[in-house]
Design a protein around this ligand. Structure first.
Ligand code: HEC
Length: 136
C-alpha cells in the first residue's frame, strides 16, 4: 500500500514539473493539429458534396469577412487578428470533415474564431464544410 501511494506521489510530482516546464514555452506548441474530440470524431457530411451550393451563401455571409472570399485567410476583418484566420483550402487538404465540422461548431478558444453552433443550424455547418472543399 505504501509503495502504491509513493508511486502516485511521484507521478503527481512529475506531472507538476512537466506542467511547470511546458507553461509559457512557445517551443512546445508545434504545427501538429489537435485530435478531433470523440463526440465529433468520424462524422461524415450527411448532406454530401451538393450542399456546397448552399454553403457558398453561408460562407459569404458569415465567414468571408475574416477568411477571405477564397478562404485564404485574407479577409478585411481578419487582417488585425492574431492569430490570423486560417487558410481553409490548405487546412481541408490535411484534415477530415469531422475536424472541420468540430472546429466550426465549437470555435477555437482565445482566437477570433467563435463557436458557430447555435448561430448556424447543423445543416448550414455541413453546407459550409462542403463549400470549403470547393476552395482552392
Ligand atoms: C471574426 C473572424 C472570423 C470569422 C467571421 C470566421 N473565422 Fe474561422 N477562424 C478565424 C481565426 C482567427 C482562425 C484561426 C484560429 C487558430 O489559429 O487556431 C479561424 C480558424 C478557422 C478554422 C480552422 C480551425 C483550426 O483548427 O485551426 C476553420 C475550419 C474556420 N475558421 C472556419 C470558419 C467558418 C466556416 C466560418 C464561418 C461560418 C468562420 N471560420 C468564420 C476567424 C474567423
Amino acid at each position: 500500500m505504501k509503495k502504491v501511494l509513493f508511486g502516485m506521489l511521484v507521478l503527481a510530482l512529475s506531472g507538476v514539473l512537466l506542467a511547470a516546464c511546458g507553461g509559457g514555452s512557445s517551443a512546445a506548441s508545434s504545427d501538429a493539429l489537435p485530435a478531433v474530440p470523440a463526440e465529433y470524431a468520424g462524422k461524415t457530411n450527411p448532406l454530401g458534396a451538393d450542399a456546397a451550393t448552399a454553403g457558398a451563401d453561408v460562407f459569404n455571409t458569415n465567414c468571408a469577412a475574416c477568411h477571405g472570399p477564397q478562404g485564404h485567410g485574407d479577409g478585411p476583418a481578419g487582417a488585425a487578428l492574431n492569430p490570423a484566420p486560417k487558410n481553409l483550402p490548405d487546412l481541408a487538404a490535411k484534415v477530415g470533415d469531422d475536424y472541420l465540422y468540430w472546429r466550426i461548431n465549437t470555435g477555437v478558444e482565445g482566437t477570433g474564431m467563435v463557436a458557430w453552433k447555435g448561430i448556424l443550424t447543423d445543416d448550414q455547418i455541413w453546407e459550409v464544410v462542403a463549400f470549403i472543399h470547393t476552395l482552392k
